[in-house]
Design a protein around this ligand. Structure first.
Ligand code: ADP
Ligand code: MG
Length: 689
């Protein structure tokens, strides 16, 4: 609909200009108004030349004293002006005869530009200027001048002109105030119109530091509304899903009691608390939407097993999805060992399972003879028919975006009922991200590790000391320890990464002839991988060379040393995951981060964090600080988390207020959908995948 809001309604916006603006994400007048300045210039005051500092971008005014063409390497017009406090050189490389005459000695000029050091004191190169006789100069501007983010072929001045039109459009009342007065006054937020006008034309005395830092109330007003829009979208999704019924599955203890009784350990307090939270959710007639966060090794699998048992106790099927085949297989083996003695059949399905075995598994899933199903995302293919699915568990899925979560929910839907859903994250997620990216989920935290773990001792070493590292590996293996050797490479190229691991394995075999060395990487056949993992688990291998495929979940308690090559290539959270593969038994464990010099300052800082702490939450916070939400949540997730104005780190202190306001506003559907429509083009589609 070509509305009155369409950008082509502005004078001077034809097809070509509209295209340029589209590159900036601007198709509506409203978008233009939300295109905020990066910074401002102060053209409101005339600054005494004598007070200029290099780098100042200011207006000065003075009388031309000398005006000369300098020959030499580059012909230039040099013009010296004076205002009684000092002198300044204006330098022009391109000029017409008329310009030269306009800048003749005795003329007054007012110019705007950046003062830079030159051969004879400060100068301005190609300043914007106006010259006159002795009077008749325009008055200076009455507000600060915005400098906008630009795209090729679009001039600042042109954009400023368009913005003036957009601001008059704003004055005629075309933009709706969507935050109710009660919300605005409670959180002291200015009105939308006032905020926009302020940001495009700040008064002379505006606090530029505050503006530059993005922390001015006018900016925060907009960030607030944008964060609110995201939050409301997720809440709406949650409401929609919860309107669907889910099977109420009360805990009977029929299977969980004997299961717990045969475990060689008792649950930690944190495991008990979290599994209780899950048990309560499962007993409700609406779908559970719960996120479990627990550091590496905190024992999330127990929570999954207990939840699955509660479903089975009620005659429902439970599905567990893992991100990799290795992990799916490990879960399958564990669940089979735990559940078959209880008379529960476990099926499994991964992409590489073919032929007759696949048919069998599919059949047992479809007819319900398998009460628990373990697999990879292969579980969500069309040919899979669940039988009375009551619970879907997604393990180690921190890199899942809103859309992925939704399609998983849809897949499990059976008629009108939606299965309960439990998501377990591989990586602790900083609170700010949980509050924004996962606002549709309830959150439980396992903040305790099982007893008897000794923290991993981490060292950071230059790879020129590789031989020393190899000797240490030899010594460790001779003591009966097992070692991981992890090869990393640029993430995009799995093929190269596998090749590197193959080469490394060959080299290590030559250097460590007495050791039994295995190799796993993502390009091996599932059966081969599984066999190697199995041999490592049974201590038939001393050293396992691996790519980052072992990043998540793999559990070999006797492995107590890990060497990571080129750790500088990985994010902190990923390193933390990898390191979590060791330190699972009672012996002291070691992790050697063998970097390739030179390291950047940030690179050093990041590896130092790994040395200083094994607390996954602190590491995730640091990752967020150093690399931004994209690295912590994964790129897919970031796609859902792109903000125009808000910045999760900068504005994290708004999130509590945003959540409260969102809760308050959910009672007003017309308003909430207007807010989400304004900020999220696809906002309304979230619910219909
Ligand atoms: P993660 O949270 O990383 O998925 P796992 O569920 O794989 O952790 O558990 C890690 C290891 O800790 C496993 O070997 C598991 O058997 C063991 N474990 C889990 N809970 C406890 C507990 N309460 N006491 C002792 N060991 C436990
Ligand atoms: Mg796990």
């Amino acid at each position: 609909m070509a509305s009155a809001n369409d950008i082509t309604q502005l004078k001077g916006v034809g097809a070509a200009m509209a295209l340029k603006l589209e590159r900036l994400g601007i198709t509506q007048i409203q978008d233009l108004l939300f295109h905020l300045p990066l910074r401002y210039q102060d053209r409101t005051r005339i600054v005494p030349i004598g007070s200029l500092q290099p780098g100042d971008e200011v207006v000065v005014e003075g009388e031309v004293r000398v005006s000369d063409i300098q020959m030499g390497r580059r012909r230039a017009l040099l013009c010296r002006i004076q205002d009684g406090t000092g002198t300044l050189t204006l330098r022009f490389f391109h000029f017409s005869a008329a310009q030269k005459n306009g800048l003749a000695p005795g003329k007054r000029v007012r110019c705007f530009g950046e003062a830079r050091p030159g051969p004879n004191g400060l100068e301005m190169v190609h300043p914007e200027y106006r010259a006159s006789g002795n009077d008749g100069l325009q008055p200076t501007d009455t507000h600060l001048t915005p400098v906008y983010p630009m795209t090729e072929g679009l001039q600042q001045n042109k954009l400023r002109k368009l913005m003036e039109q957009a601001l008059s459009w704003l004055d005629t009342g075309h933009i709706e105030e969507l935050l109710p007065a009660s919300v605005r006054s409670y959180w002291k937020l200015p009105e939308l119109k006032a905020a926009l006008r302020y940001l495009h034309t700040p008064p002379v005395d505006a606090d530029q530091h505050l503006l530059l830092a993005g922390r001015h109330p006018a900016q925060r007003r907009l960030a607030f509304e944008e964060l609110l829009a995201h939050h409301l979208t997720l809440l709406k999704l949650r409401q929609q899903i919860q309107q669907d019924g889910a099977p109420a599955m009360a805990a009977t203890g029929h299977f969980s009691q004997p299961f717990l009784a045969q475990l060689p350990f008792s649950l930690t307090n944190a495991q008990q608390r979290v599994s209780q939270e899950v048990a309560v959710d499962l007993a409700q007639p609406r779908p559970m939407l719960r996120l479990i966060q627990g550091d590496v090794g905190s024992g999330k699998t127990m929570i999954a097993a207990l939840a699955a048992l509660q479903a089975v106790e009620n005659g429902f099927q439970a599905a567990i999805m893992a991100p990799t085949e290795i992990l799916a297989e490990q879960h399958f083996n564990n669940f089979q060992a735990w559940l078959e003695p209880l008379g529960i059949q476990v099926a499994w399905l991964v992409g590489k399972l073919k032929g007759k075995r696949r048919e069998q598994q599919l059949a047992s899933i479809a007819d319900g003879s398998a009460q628990v199903v373990v697999g990879t995302h292969a579980l969500f293919q069309d040919e899979v028919r669940f039988y009375n699915l009551g619970l879907a568990i997604i393990d180690e899925q921190h890199r899942f975006g809103v859309h992925q979560r939704l399609s998983l929910r849809e897949k499990g839907r059976d008629g009108i009922q939606t299965p309960h859903q439990l998501i377990m994250t591989a990586t602790p997620i900083p609170r700010t991200l949980t509050m924004s990216a996962y606002a549709d989920l309830d959150c439980s935290i396992i903040d305790e590790l099982p007893p008897g773990r000794t923290p991993v001792n981490t060292v950071v070493i230059d790879d020129s000391r590789r031989d020393q590292v190899i000797s240490r590996v030899r010594a460790a293996c001779q003591e009966g320890k097992q070692v991981y050797w992890v090869c990393t490479l640029i993430e995009e190229s799995e093929a190269l990464q596998c090749q590197a691991a193959e080469v490394t394995a060959e080299q290590l075999k030559e250097q460590l002839v007495e050791l039994r060395i295995g190799l796993v990487h993502g390009r091996m056949k599932a059966a081969e991988k599984a066999e190697v993992m199995q041999r490592f688990k049974q201590a038939e291998l001393d050293l396992l060379v691996a790519t980052t495929v072992i990043e998540v979940g793999v559990d070999v308690p006797n492995a107590s040393v890990m060497i990571i090559e080129n750790p500088e290539r990985l994010g902190l959270s990923q390193l933390h995951q990898l390191r979590g593969r060791v330190g699972r038994g009672s012996v002291a464990s070691h992790c050697v981060l063998m970097y390739h010099a030179p390291l950047s300052k940030q690179g050093k800082e990041r590896l130092a964090v790994m040395r200083q702490t094994t607390d996954g939450f602190r590491i995730a916070e640091k990752d967020l600080e150093l690399r931004g939400p994209g690295e912590v949540l994964g790129t897919r997730q970031t796609g859902d988390m792109q903000f125009r104005i808000a910045d999760l780190q900068r504005d994290s202190d708004l999130l509590d207020a945003v959540r409260d306001a969102a809760t308050q506003l959910t009672q007003e559907p017309t308003l909430t959908s207007a807010i989400t429509r304004r900020w999220l083009a696809q906002g309304e589609e979230y619910g219909h995948v």
